[in-house]
Design a protein around this ligand. Structure first.
Ligand SMILES: [Zn+2]
Length: 178
């Protein structure tokens, strides 16, 4: 997906991205907060890389380096996203693409504010820093569970992406995306 995209690099103020977070083994079995495996899974994790998301700021690190052979490193661990790599915190520009790429029964959907070094692709971007700003509820998740997670991150919950977009609209990138 990322490898097929045409990318350009720039530094922005902030940008709103739409994303899904993985929930261990799907959402159906967690009918209420007391059923959650909070010990090790108390916070949201990326669908790729299983990276834990922090409350105030999640920082991109390159996970690809560990897979590469000696002498093939193109950049340092903390230098993410890097133009010659696929690392960085990825998000879509539009919620439609999140809904196309992930299923509501296994993921929690939402939005984040991103900043720092940014690499723009055609459908989404890779960025250095991110903070979750809103979550979306669905028929697959019990209200008490999504409210509990939202409380942890101190963010609002919306019934769907249309409602979320009113408060957290797409960032206007003008002609930057080709
Ligand atoms: Zn990298």
């Amino acid at each position: 997906m990322i490898g097929e995209e045409k990318e350009s690099t720039l530094v922005l103020g902030t940008i709103t991205g739409y994303k899904a977070w993985n929930f261990p083994n799907g959402l159906a079995q967690y009918s209420d907060v007391d059923k959650l495996p909070w010990g090790d899974y108390s916070i949201l994790r990326s669908c790729q890389g299983n990276v834990r998301w922090k409350v105030h700021k999640t920082t991109a690190h390159c996970l690809n380096q560990y897979k590469r052979g000696k002498g093939k490193f193109t950049h340092s661990h903390s230098e993410a996203p890097h133009p010659k790599c696929s690392c960085g915190i990825y998000a879509f520009y539009h919620p439609y693409d999140v809904l196309q790429s992930f299923h509501l029964s296994t993921s929690i959907f939402g939005a984040f504010t991103g900043w720092g070094n940014t690499i723009l692709g055609t459908k989404g971007f890779r960025i250095q820093y991110a903070k979750i700003c809103a979550l979306v509820s669905s028929v697959y998740i019990t209200p008490s569970v999504i409210n509990h997670i939202a409380g942890y991150y101190k963010v609002p919950v919306f019934n769907n992406y249309n409602d979320l977009l009113i408060k957290f609209p797409k960032t206007d990138l003008g002609n930057l995306i080709t």
